[in-house]
Ligand binder design. Structure first.
Ligand SMILES: NC(=O)c1ccc[n+]([C@@H]2O[C@H](COP(=O)([O-])OP(=O)(O)OC[C@H]3O[C@@H](n4cnc5c(N)ncnc54)[C@H](OP(=O)(O)O)[C@@H]3O)[C@@H](O)[C@H]2O)c1
Length: 248
């Protein structure tokens, strides 16, 4: 008999997180949905073909969010996969403090609060499960925006650069560690959600979810969604700053 797999998605109430909840449930995962909009998550959960759990959490209340994460994991019994997807992308050309603070609070503080909780879970509870070689899988949703500083979205771009570099650090930390946690960085281009900042090469949340699920299945370390965004990321990395400033 195959063991039931469990996945927690933080930021599961809309967009990419919602589509990924549906995709992973179709693949047989039981889903723990976490975000602030409880009713919306209940509705999504009720539509899933597998068992679902809902945890109301605001990742900016870091202590509460971490406690909520551990409670959710305990309720689910076993969690093999954690996807950290919660994010905000305020457009703030006037450089007001509140939107900048919000981007950092959700995308950086909230992200690390949950990433450390997930790693702690995998390195303790995950390690006790000897039926699998892998102690767990952590997936972080960053962005192609990690590769440049965009005017008006400076905090968003910087926060995503933080996410990508932080995940790289977690992978480096894995080398020589006793635990075996697979860590995947996802860098989407434009995905058709409320947060989307453009429509060039935009894909649907469902297409994004399919590609993320495939990367999870293959235990990839890094993936662009859709794949052709890698060209943009490479171009951004290679273009001199003075030229980028003229173009963007
Ligand atoms: N759409 C794009 O073009 C694009 C491109 C690159 C990367 N991304 C990244 O993809 C991720 C998902 O975004 P999306 O495009 O699917 O947008 P979305 O539909 O707005 O989804 C954002 C998710 O984050 C959750 N969230 C926001 N603030 C939160 C908080 N304080 N506490 C807990 N959850 C919170 C939201 O839930 P509640 O509001 O219910 O809390 C929602 O579930 C983000 O990290 C985003 O940066 C998106």
């Amino acid at each position: 008999m195959t063991q039931t797999r469990g996945a927690i998605i933080v930021g599961a109430s809309s967009g990419i997180g919602e589509a990924l909840a549906r995709q992973l449930a179709d693949e047989g995962y039981e889903i723990g949905l976490a975000a602030r909009r409880t009713e919306r998550m209940r509705e999504i959960g009720n539509e899933l073909p597998t068992k679902s759990y809902v945890a109301t959490m605001d990742v900016t209340d870091t202590e509460d969010a971490r406690a909520g994460f551990f409670e959710l994991a305990e309720a689910m019994g076993s969690v093999d996969l954690v996807v950290l997807n919660a994010g905000v992308g305020p457009f703030n050309p006037k450089l007001e403090w509140e939107p900048e603070r919000r981007a950092i609070d959700v995308n950086v503080r909230g992200f690390v609060a949950l990433a450390t909780a997930a790693m702690e879970y995998f390195e303790t509870v995950g390690r006790e499960d000897h039926s699998s070689e892998l102690d767990g899988q952590l997936v972080g949703i960053s962005s192609v925006a990690a590769h440049f500083g965009g005017g008006g979205v400076q905090a968003y771009c910087a926060s995503k650069a933080f996410v990508s570099t932080y995940l790289e650090g977690l992978r480096a930390r894995q080398r020589g560690a006793d635990s075996n946690v697979s860590i995947t960085t996802v860098e989407p281009g434009y995905v058709d959600t409320e947060l989307s900042m453009g429509d060039f090469w935009e894909c649907s949340p469902e297409t994004a979810a399919k590609q993320i699920a495939r990367a999870i299945q293959k235990e990839k370390t890094h993936v662009y969604v859709t794949r052709r965004w890698r060209v943009v990321a490479w171009a951004l990395d290679l273009t001199p700053n003075w030229l980028l400033r003229r173009l963007l």
